[in-house]
Design a protein around this ligand. Structure first.
Ligand code: GLU
Length: 481
């Protein structure tokens, strides 16, 4: 079988994490099967669709490394195909015009509610006579097109994730609207989701529909449409929803929804793609958790997608991200860090690439997210420091000033300085003053960095020395005690 799958986002918002995860599963499946991955933009909701969201979706997929083989196709450019399908259904007597007004539909629902019945359309215009139809039109009513759904039938499919699925026709809410007729328009100008999706999936020869389980009820309706249009029904695979810590669907309230949000928070594309792969799928070697999309594609199968909802685990995402950051080539990581440093107004210090890469090397092991670079490195920029309370206290400890004066002298006499050179200075000063090495180190940290915690002292010192900032800082520290 030729595998053809699609991701079909609606451009009514930025690329959503749920859509991105659905894209991951489709992409992995396509690549595993040597198939085709298609991008289709479902933009029929003209009021809420925006070109900038389409751009965001495309750039988000590209950022994550999921290139598409065909498309993007736009539903708004395929209205003729939908109209033709609607006409076919009308001609076959499988669809009809319904003239119910919103007030009539409301009343119907109110009655059903009062009788403790689930709201549904009661199919009242299914068998209108020509006279009745003409009368409604003479009244100026506009029609919608409804597709007939027999209550008595059972819709069964073998879901590739969930196994045998079965729906009763009577649970689908009555004959379904497949198109609206805009005011004053003779034709059915506004195809609705289920119809458009089926027409597209047929035309694009989609072999497998892989999407979130929130579409299960749509699948039942769509299978009826495939059959009505005389088309082959594709395979379906419904993937578990992404849940928050409380077991509810991940939503805006959880603070993040779009892939952009994750990018801004300092997650890298391969780490996020890696994490999304694990959101509902387990590798054949279940101990393996770090892999690129290409590596995952080699072993991906829908059988290993879980039925249960996938809980979003921030700690795990952080851990995966840190793995990528810790193992990334320094030059690549430096490129990724620069925008965050620029945003923190440190742009003026970023011109010296070798120095910047040494700084990257220094902070690399302590990064979990790219954003951490600011906190991890901010003490290393510039020739002035701010002493915090503990550092001030340390500098005021008896004997410290004279020790640091000697260090300062050594700094001023030294040209290039490496970690061994730093160690030698500390050793000499320790010996000369007959103090503990720990005291010298702690005081030096206070004097160079203004704080008692921070990145590796010797390496930091080397970086400061390369810029000539160590002497200035120590002078300033000594002057303030
Ligand atoms: N536009 C739909 C969505 O974004 C697509 C669903 C489907 O894959 O059929 O949820």
């Amino acid at each position: 079988m030729t595998v053809r799958v699609r991701i079909a986002p609606s451009p009514t918002g930025n690329l959503h994490i749920g859509t991105a995860r659905t894209a991951v599963f489709n992409w992995l499946f396509a690549r595993n099967q040597g198939g085709t991955f298609i991008l289709r933009v479902e933009d029929t909701d003209t009021e809420r669709s925006r070109p900038e969201y389409t751009e965001n979706i495309k750039s988000g997929l590209e950022w994550l490394g999921m290139t598409w083989d065909e498309g993007p196709f736009f539903q708004t450019q395929r209205l003729d195909q939908y109209k033709a399908a609607i006409q076919t259904l009308l001609d076959k007597g499988l669809a009809y015009r319904c003239y119910c007004t919103p007030a009539e539909l409301d009343e119907m629902r109110e009655k059903q509610k009062a009788n403790n019945q689930a709201p549904r359309y009661d199919n009242r215009h299914r068998n209108l006579t020509d006279e009745e139809r003409n009368a409604f039109e003479a009244e100026g009513r506009t029609a919608v097109i409804r597709f007939k759904i027999d209550d008595g039938q059972q819709i069964i499919w073998q879901d590739l994730v969930r196994g045998k699925m079965s729906w009763q026709g009577s649970d689908l809410g009555g004959d379904m609207v497949i198109a609206r007729t805009p005011e004053g328009d003779e034709a059915f100008g506004q195809p609705l989701y289920n119809l458009a999706v089926v027409v597209d999936d047929v035309d694009m020869q989609i072999s497998h529909v892989i999407r979130g389980e929130d579409h299960i009820a749509n699948t039942a309706k769509q299978i009826l449409l495939y059959e009505a249009l005389g088309a082959a029904v594709p395979e379906f695979a419904h993937t578990p929803l992404i849940l928050n810590q409380d077991g509810r669907k991940l939503s805006k309230r959880d603070g993040v929804t779009s892939v952009d949000d994750f990018r801004k928070m300092g997650f890298t594309a391969p780490a996020l793609a890696n994490y999304m792969t694990l959101l509902g799928w387990t590798a054949p070697d279940s101990t393996q958790e770090i892999f690129t999309l290409d590596e995952a594609a080699k072993v991906f199968s829908l059988e290993r997608v879980n039925k249960a909802g996938a809980k979003f685990d921030w700690d795990k995402l952080d851990w995966i991200n840190s793995q990528y950051l810790h193992h990334m080539p320094v030059s690549e990581l430096t490129d990724l860090l620069v925008p965050y440093l620029e945003e923190a107004d440190l742009g003026e210090y970023l011109g010296d690439r070798p120095w910047l890469e040494s700084l990257t090397e220094l902070v690399q092991p302590s990064l979990t997210r790219l954003t951490d670079v600011v906190a991890e490195s901010e003490l290393l920029f510039g020739n002035t420091i701010e002493l915090d309370e503990k550092a001030t206290k340390q500098l005021q400890t008896e004997g410290v000033a004279t020790v640091l004066q000697d260090v300062l002298k050594a700094i001023q006499e030294t040209g290039e300085l490496d970690v061994d050179g730093c160690k030698a200075i500390i050793k000499d000063v320790t010996k000369a003053h007959g103090v503990k090495k720990g005291l010298v180190m702690k005081s030096l940290r206070a004097g160079l960095m203004g704080k008692l915690q921070g990145p590796d002292l010797m390496q930091s010192w080397v970086l400061l020395h390369q810029k000539g900032w160590d002497g200035d800082r120590l002078t300033q520290a000594l002057g303030s005690i």
